[in-house]
Design a protein. Structure first.
Length: 303
């Protein structure tokens, strides 16, 4: 191995693998494709090994490429963490914390925890990023965040991450005040007769609900529409007399305001697991460790 193995080339190589090809990597980097190909060839020359080969229209990792990819991910994650630690020291702050969360968790559950933590530590630099669970988990793998908090899906702890199931939140049916169903509870069978607002297929919440319903011998009914954010779902339910499967914590304020009501599903215990994910080699600073413990304490209080 020589001096040609740079962080830049390792980063480009990992992006080529993650993006599924040189063209997509170049698009994400906003550079010309030959620039990415050149970085890849330079890395292979420095290592003295072929890392990728073409199979049809796809690039496939060689055995050496697989090994270098795993090593490069660790190097890049460690480098990102070191840079952040140095930045904190130079800035003289009381520590930094970057958390990534799925939309509902990041919108409703995390803000009270993080704002309370910030009130206790006036010099702390705390950031909560909200997006798709898969994006949050990839950021945790790369080391660009300290940990991710997303829906827990059994047997889906990503490679290079440690997962901890913190607690379970009950799922209810969100309904409009004057729409169906009649009464404050329904059965799973009755759910199929209601106009259901769904979430995009394939997202973790969709998979989580599908898995639980399969265990009850049923499946999700076809939705009238699929929406990707909790606020949009609640608005659609309230305005149109539709219903949606939702977490109780999402509905508290809207139930109190009379915009929607929470209907119990009486013959099934549907839940959302709240999971915390971080890199295996992650070192938690005092601020980061305090945030993790605050989430665990919230889990104990809500269990």
């Amino acid at each position: 191995m020589d001096d040609g193995v740079t962080l830049r080339r390792l980063s480009v190589f990992c992006l080529v693998v993650d993006a599924g090809g040189v063209t997509r990597a170049a698009e994400q980097l906003r550079v010309a494709q030959p620039s990415v190909s050149g970085q890849l060839r330079s890395l292979e020359k420095a290592l003295g090994a072929t890392l990728v080969v073409r199979s049809g229209v796809s690039l496939v990792l060689t055995e050496a490429g697989e090994r270098v990819y795993r090593w490069a991910k660790e190097v890049l994650a460690s480098s990102a963490q070191v840079q952040r630690d140095v930045d904190d020291l130079v800035a003289g702050t009381a520590g930094s914390l970057v958390v990534a969360a799925s939309m509902a968790i990041g919108t409703y559950l995390l803000p009270p925890v993080m704002t309370a933590l910030r009130a206790e530590r006036t010099g702390a630099d705390i950031t909560v990023q909200i997006g798709e669970p898969e994006v949050a988990l990839r950021a945790a793998q790369r080391g660009t965040i300290d940990f991710a908090v997303t829906s827990w899906v059994d047997s889906e702890v990503p490679e290079d991450l440690i997962g901890e199931k913190l607690w379970e939140e009950p799922m209810v049916l969100c309904a409009s005040p004057h729409g169906p169903p009649d009464g404050d509870s329904i059965t799973l069978a009755q759910l199929h007769d209601l106009p259901l607002v769904g979430v995009p297929s394939g997202v973790s919440f969709h998979r989580m609900v599908q898995d639980q319903l399969r265990r009850h011998g049923t499946a999700l009914p076809k939705p009238v529409i699929r929406l990707g954010h909790a606020e949009a779902i609640i608005e659609a339910v309230s305005a149109n007399g539709w219903v949606a499967l939702a977490m109780g914590y999402m509905l508290r304020r809207d139930v109190e305001a009379g915009r929607v009501r929470a209907v119990e599903i009486r013959d099934a215990h549907l839940v959302e697991g709240i999971g915390l994910y971080h890199r295996e080699a992650k070192y938690f600073s005092p601020l980061q460790a305090a945030a993790v413990e605050a989430l665990r304490e919230l889990g104990r209080a809500r269990s």
